[in-house]
Design a protein around this ligand. Structure first.
Ligand SMILES: Cc1cc2nc3c(=O)[nH]c(=O)nc-3n(C[C@H](O)[C@H](O)[C@H](O)COP(=O)(O)O)c2cc1C
Length: 246
């Protein structure tokens, strides 16, 4: 197939380890071939019970891009990236295949969110292996109802996140992850302890200071995110779309 034979992609592990989110892009568009290769990478992903409950909307309309950027806290790159794709959960085709299917269990939502993440990461990794860059846009969920209007999403669908793609016009610092000792344990769960947390906070404080002079660390970022209601309109929205009702 053309998308497999014509493009030169970098080796997988260096591509994975070099990941940084890209938020500034040149104006150069992607070729049809690059776009197809990235979409085919998403299509090749594993899928829980092979239910394939994801739909990707490529947004090319500039008014829609602007409206989506506004939903996403005016993040400029939603408008300016060469490509903006929205990953949606989609059980509408399952209704078509089976009118009596029970599509409103919370498990269905987990399946969709997991599948979408796996599929999107295949896309981003494919893009990165072609010397492109990108960033996910979760802040689309700031106003899921508005996104639903803009993209005309039917019942049994919901937007999960967006993905900006394009040629990088920046080379950001690597954002240090937690050490493997905190992320992986053997046989039983091992909770992070205070010493490890303090060490990681220190490491991230240095990173934020160096990157942007910010007085921030991981614990403060957690507090910024989770000491207030977290998008409380999501559950009623999902119910309205016919999802996660029970
Ligand atoms: C599902 C998801 C949603 C995200 N949403 C946004 C977003 O709305 N805006 C943004 O600038 N970055 C967003 N990001 C990027 C993260 O901030 C970024 O991956 C993280 O800070 C680590 O940095 P790195 O990707 O450069 O290593 C998102 C990432 C994920 C996985």
């Amino acid at each position: 197939m053309s998308y497999q034979s014509k493009l030169n992609s970098a080796a997988t592990l260096p591509t994975i380890y070099n990941h940084r989110s890209i938020r500034k892009f040149t104006e150069q568009p992607l070729t049809d071939e690059q776009r197809e290769a990235i979409a085919q990478a998403g299509r090749a992903a594993s899928s829980s019970s092979f239910m394939q409950c994801i739909h990707i909307i490529r947004v090319t309309d500039t008014d829609k891009r602007a409206a989506l950027s506004e939903v996403a806290a005016n993040q400029k790159y939603v408008r300016t990236a060469a490509e903006f794709w929205v990953f949606c959960i989609d059980y509408s085709k399952h209704r078509l295949a089976c009118p009596e299917a029970q599509l409103d269990w919370t498990e269905g939502l987990i399946i969709g969110a997991v599948d979408a993440g796996i599929m999107a990461q295949n896309c981003l990794l494919a893009a990165e292996s072609l010397s492109l860059g990108g960033v996910y846009i979760g802040s689309l969920r700031n106003d899921v109802t508005k996104v639903t209007e803009i993209l005309q999403l039917p019942q049994l669908t919901a937007p999960l996140f967006g993905l900006c793609l394009g040629y990088p016009a920046q080379n950001p610092l690597y954002r240090p992850r937690m050490p493997l000792t905190t992320l992986v344990s053997e046989n039983t769960f091992r909770q992070m302890d205070k010493t490890a947390l303090a060490a990681y906070d220190q490491q991230l404080a240095e990173y934020y200071q160096q990157r942007s002079g910010l007085d921030l660390n991981w614990s403060k970022a957690v507090a910024n995110n989770f000491t207030k209601p977290v998008r409380p309109d999501i559950l009623p929205y999902l119910h309205h779309q016919g999802l996660a009702k029970r």
